[in-house]
Structures are given as structure tokens and as C-alpha cells.
Design a protein around this ligand. Structure first.
Ligand code: FAD
Ligand code: NAD
Length: 412
């Protein structure tokens, strides 16, 4: 039996919502918890969708963040296949797509992000896919034909991870990246060149400074016309050109929004009864001293713990160091921190010809971020180094003959 009748409503049903609902119980929220999700499934891990799930190495059952019974046991109610259409801040209620209205005492926006759509002819042809959820991944899995030809539009995370996967199963792959280099949003030139080289070695054709102007075919996709006039044959097209945060509900009720629902370090929006976390939220980051919106699972999880505490009127500041990972072929990239505004990059290991190195990003002499490729010990070191006030000599960080453990000890 629930001890009080307070209502918490969480909008969205993915990484942020899954964590927030559980964290609310851990923070001893004793009233009702309702999660309203437009997905047809209980929350699942999205990262495998561009990795092991596509190759069949992970099954749909293995994707679930936790079994549905865990939510049931904690008296967390899920409304699947349902959208929140409207929020009424005055009466503290939400209107659902099934016409029902539900009252809330506290509301959480975990609405995430959606794929940015390409506005070019032919995107509706059979064989053209975006990748955000399980339904998209399932459709791509069905569409994968051995000996097929794929064009991937966008050389970001989705583009390169799916390219690696498709190569693994023997599909010809061409990646079109509009910018001058792949992964330009997140890495230094040398790291982009590294990924370009490895993908080329693995048989992927990469065209940079090129975008698609039209997708051609007759019912099914047959090719992609590029901005340089070239036409590339394809029976599968995957589009990964970034995401847009789902902020419309927040905007509709006058919350502060600027590339994300604006929240403070406690995940609170400009309405004291409403929090936001995950891909949809732009938070004040205390480590970097500015507002940022992150698109990552660790952010969705940690920020949702903070949001849950705020809903229970407790203060739990969100100041976790941002980190990211990406798996491609035998490469495990782990990124610690954010490199925006860096003025120098120093390498540890050989970025030009090996498959294992660290790129240290410096800003005014201090390490602000690190890309670690197949360097798990250095990734731990990087997280500690960036989070602490301490410094290590840059020459030592670059010197691959000094063991990472020795550097960790020096930091301690
Ligand atoms: C293929 C893929 C691979 C990825 N790999 C990695 C990785 O390796 N590492 C990493 O850190 N991150 C990765 N990410 C990013 C990561 O998945 C996201 O950062 C994370 O899912 C964000 O979680 P979220 O809950 O904030 O938002 P989302 O996952 O976007 O979920 C929000 C949910 O809310 C729903 N919703 C929105 N509005 C409403 C409404 N009004 N009513 C009801 N429901 C609504 C949306 O439809 C969606 O289901 C990957 C993403 C994808 C797509
Ligand atoms: N390992 C990970 O962390 C991981 C893996 C997959 C997805 N994700 C997340 O999923 C989301 C979507 O990933 P994504 O790869 O689509 O976004 P992204 O922002 O990482 O990359 C998009 C890429 O598409 C390019 N682009 C944009 N418009 C283009 C056009 N018209 N033609 C060709 N290229 C174009 C951009 O320059 C960019 O390189 C992001 O939030 C991402 O962080 C993360």
C-alpha cells in the first residue's frame, strides 16, 4: 500500500525515465509514480541498437534495462503507447493521447531527442532508415541483405558504428559526411583522420564534404545522388545526421528553453514543480562553468538521480564529469570530458599507424578532455585528472613508456 496520495508523473520511457522512476523510490517517494511513454516497450538500452543488436549478437530480451517485474514490485505504473499531449501548469495536470487527464504534484520531462530528418526527395522509399529506437533497429535488421550495398548519410556515431557493423557482415558501405571530416562534432582532426583510416582499411568508402541531394528508386531505394553529382548504388540507406531535443511540451507551457529545457544543477526547470533530465535537458555544468546539453546514457542516468532527489525536495547536485563511449570493430573509444575550446592536443601512443592511443585535449595548459582508444587504464586516469584540481606534467602524459598505473599513483 502506498503511504500517501502524491502523484509523480514522468514523461518519456527510456534511459532517463527508467532511472528517475527507480531513483524516486530510492529517495523514498511514497506516492504514486506514473511513467507515460510513447514507446511500445518497457525501457531498453539504446547503445546496442547501432552495435551488437544489429549483428544479432544481442537479443531484444537482453536489451531491457530491467525486467518489467522490478517496476511492478516498486509500484511504478507504466502507460506504454501513450503520449502526453499537453501540460496544464495551473491545474497541475497532463492530457494523454487516450483523452485521459492525470493530476500531478511533481512532473518530470524525460522526453529525450528525435532524429533530425533529411528534407530531400526519396527519403520515404523502402530501404531508407533512421535509427533511434528498437522499431528502427528491427527494420534495419530485416533489411540487411548479405552482398548488399549500403549508403550511410552522416559520419557521426550512428554512421560509423553502423558502418562497422555492416562491414562485419560483408555489406559494401559508403559513408557520406557533409563536413570536412568524420566525427568533427566531437574529436580533433587527428582522431577523425584515425577513424577515417581504420574504416578505409576495413573496406568502407568515406566521402567527406559531400551530402546527399536525392535518394532515387522505384518503390525501393536504388541509389543516392550526391552533392558532387555522383550517384552511388544502394539497396539500403541509413541516415544518422544528428538529433533534435523534444522540447515542444516545455515550450508550450512557457518554460525556459534554449537547445533543450533549461535546468539548473538540481535538474529543476523554471517551474518549481517540474524537473527535466537526459537528452532533452540543457543543464548548468559546474565543472565547465557553462550550460550544456549532453546526448549520452551516463548523463541520462546521473542527471535523473539528481532530478528524483529534487522531486523529493532533497538537494543532490549534478556535477558528474561527462563521458562517452563508442565501439567500432576492435576499437573501444572512451571519451572523458568535453573538448570544446581546446587549444592544443597531445598524443600518447601512435595515432597515425596503431589502433591504441590517447589524445589529451588542453585548454590554457590544463587537460579538459581525453579520447582513449583501447586505453582503459588511461581513461580512468583521464577521468580522475580532469575531475581533480591536480595536474601531471604533460610530457609524462605523452610518454608511453611511463605506465598508466604509475601516472595514477602520481596523481594519488
Ligand atoms: C543507436 C543509438 C546508439 C547509441 N549509443 C550510445 C552509446 O554508445 N553511448 C551513449 O552514452 N549514448 C548512446 N546513445 C545515446 C543515448 O541512447 C541517449 O543519450 C539516451 O537514450 C537518452 O535517454 P533519454 O531518456 O534522455 O531520451 P530518449 O532515449 O530519447 O527517450 C525519450 C523517450 O521519450 C519519448 N517521448 C517524448 N515525448 C513524449 C511524450 N510527449 N509522451 C510520451 N513519450 C514521449 C520518446 O519517444 C522517447 O521514447 C545512442 C543512441 C542511439 C539512438
Ligand atoms: N557511441 C555513442 O555515444 C553513440 C552512438 C550512436 C548514437 N549516439 C547518439 O545518437 C544521436 C544521433 O547520432 P548521430 O550519429 O546521428 O549524430 P551525430 O551528431 O553524432 O553525427 C551526425 C553527423 O552527420 C553529419 N551530417 C549532418 N547533416 C548531414 C548531411 N545532410 N549529409 C551528410 N552528413 C551530415 C554531421 O556533420 C555529423 O558528423 C546523438 O545524440 C549521438 O550522440 C551516440
Amino acid at each position: 500500500m502506498l503511504k500517501n496520495t502524491k502523484q509523480a508523473i514522468i514523461i518519456g520511457g527510456s534511459h532517463a525515465a527508467a532511472q528517475l522512476s527507480i531513483s524516486l523510490r530510492q529517495e523514498r517517494w511514497e506516492g504514486e509514480i506514473l511513467v507515460v511513454s510513447d514507446d511500445s516497450q518497457f525501457p531498453y538500452h539504446r547503445p546496442p541498437l547501432s552495435k551488437d543488436y544489429l549483428s544479432g549478437d544481442t537479443s531484444a530480451e537482453q536489451l531491457f534495462i530491467r525486467p518489467a517485474s522490478v517496476y511492478r514490485d516498486k509500484q511504478i505504473e507504466f502507460l506504454l503507447n501513450t503520449r502526453v499531449e499537453k501540460i496544464d501548469r495551473i491545474n497541475k495536470s497532463v492530457t494523454l493521447s487516450n483523452g485521459e487527464a492525470r493530476q500531478y504534484d511533481k512532473l518530470a520531462l524525460c522526453t529525450g531527442a528525435r532524429t533530425r530528418q533529411l528534407a530531400i526527395p526519396g527519403v520515404a522509399l523502402n530501404g531508407v532508415h533512421y535509427l533511434r529506437d528498437l522499431t528502427d533497429a528491427e527494420a534495419i535488421k530485416q533489411a540487411i541483405q548479405s552482398n548488399g550495398k549500403a549508403v550511410i548519410i552522416g559520419g557521426g556515431y550512428i554512421g560509423l558504428e553502423t558502418a562497422a557493423l555492416l562491414r562485419k557482415i560483408g555489406i559494401d558501405v559508403c559513408v557520406l559526411e557533409a563536413m570536412g571530416r568524420v566525427l568533427q562534432r566531437v574529436t580533433a582532426e587527428e582522431v577523425s583522420a584515425f577513424y577515417h583510416r581504420v574504416h578505409t582499411e576495413e573496406g568502407v568508402e568515406i566521402k567527406t564534404g559531400v551530402f546527399a541531394t536525392e535518394i532515387v528508386g522505384n518503390d525501393c531505394v536504388e541509389g543516392v545522388v550526391c552533392s558532387n553529382g555522383e550517384q552511388i548504388d544502394a539497396n539500403l540507406v541509413i541516415i544518422g545526421v544528428g538529433v533534435i531535443p523534444n522540447t515542444e511540451l516545455a515550450e508550450g507551457i512557457g518554460l525556459d528553453v534554449d537547445d533543450g529545457v533549461i535546468v539548473n544543477e538540481f535538474a529543476q526547470t523554471s517551474d518549481e514543480h517540474i524537473v527535466a533530465s537526459g537528452d532533452c535537458a540543457a543543464h548548468l555544468n559546474l565543472i565547465y562553468g557553462r550550460r550544456i546539453r549532453l546526448e549520452s546514457v551516463p548523463n541520462a542516468i546521473e542527471q535523473s538521480k539528481t532530478a528524483a532527489a529534487s522531486m523529493c525536495d532533497r538537494e543532490k547536485v549534478y556535477n558528474a564529469l561527462p563521458w562517452f563511449w563508442s565501439n567500432q570493430y576492435d576499437l573501444r573509444l572512451q571519451i572523458a570530458g568535453l573538448n570544446q575550446g581546446f587549444d592544443r592536443v597531445v598524443f600518447r601512443g601512435d595515432v597515425e599507424s596503431s589502433r591504441s592511443f590517447v589524445a589529451w585535449y588542453l585548454k590554457q595548459g590544463s587537460i579538459v578532455a581525453a579520447d582513449c582508444v583501447n586505453r582503459p587504464a588511461e581513461f580512468i586516469l583521464a577521468k580522475k585528472l580532469i575531475s581533480s584540481e591536480k595536474q601531471l606534467p604533460i610530457a609524462d602524459l605523452a610518454n608511453d613508456s611511463i605506465d598508466a598505473k604509475t601516472l595514477l599513483l602520481a596523481l594519488a
